[in-house]
Ligand binder design. Sequence first.
Ligand SMILES: [Zn+2]
Length: 365
Amino acid sequence: MHRYIFALGSVLCLFLLLVQATQSNPPQAIDPPYNAFEALQEHDLFHDLPSHQKFPPDIRVWPQGIVPDVCHHFLKDGRITPNATNMEVRDVYYTDCDAPWTICRYKDSLISWNKAMVILGKIPVGMRQHVAHVILAPESYAKKNRGIVAATMEASTAFLSAMDIGVAVHEFNHILDAVIGSHQPQSKLISESPEWNWYYQRDSKVPTSYAASSLSHKGSKLVEEFADSGRWAMSNMARARSLSRNKSSSTISRDGNGSGSEGSPFFLQNRTMAANQLAVYSANWTECRNQIGGYRLLLEGRIFPPGGRCTGKTPTSDAVNATTGERVHSMVGAGKHKLRSVGVPEIIPADWAMNIRFPPYNASI
Ligand SMILES: [Zn+2]
């Protein structure tokens, strides 16, 4: 009996020590964190990702008074109910998919149509195809929720006061986390999968202070850490592809190395630099290299599909009356009927994936 008590006591002590060790070592960001040079990263990402906009833009405007169901209810949170009759809806076609993307913009949004269409057109198609709607919030909503930049749920993202490409990649990573995760055999978030945890556990640090702070309280999950790892993995992939695309150019790298064909020393040198270019944002990036590399291993082939065209599309939600929210029989929009008519397979997320409300992106952290 005493032996049992002793053994139990030992196990309890070990457990308490482990708990204490976990609590005294909250995850730390690399130093400096990637977000220390966020403006530079934004600039590079914008220039490294090619545009898929059509010129002139190919846009179909929805009839006034009809809006997608998700856009109608997305910003209604009980306190604030923006009037959906002040919303304009456009289906926007890009060069890399026969199906369009639906953007819902409140008329007084701080974000312009042009900005939204440009940013969305730079998002690689294998990421963009999982986004059902982009919503541009009204100015009053942005002011009442000062500090919040963006929010994601139902495979859709609302941008409040700005739509920067790095923030868009972060938010769309939440959509990939849920939608692609729901199609995995275990049907759970990618960030909750054993594979992602394996990469996370192999690093001593996380990429950003936001990822670190989101993990510092009990029971926290890896959703923000995954989204920020993916944001910086996107920088890594975009730079590598930009260098590869422009390999015959004399301005292919920030260090000004010369041109060269594939296989030449110059080209190989630049490829190596591409792999290491995250050092531009943080010299200690290797302390989270497994998270960056793991994201690329899991998702790069999907984000940049062979052939460069969409392989599916999360459909636009049903058309509803902007005033009443009631369904209307309308053939507008990139709904299921539209996807069928252009031969683009429908991406159908599991119900649980559509019901997750990810933490809003806050500019102050
Ligand atoms: Zn987030």
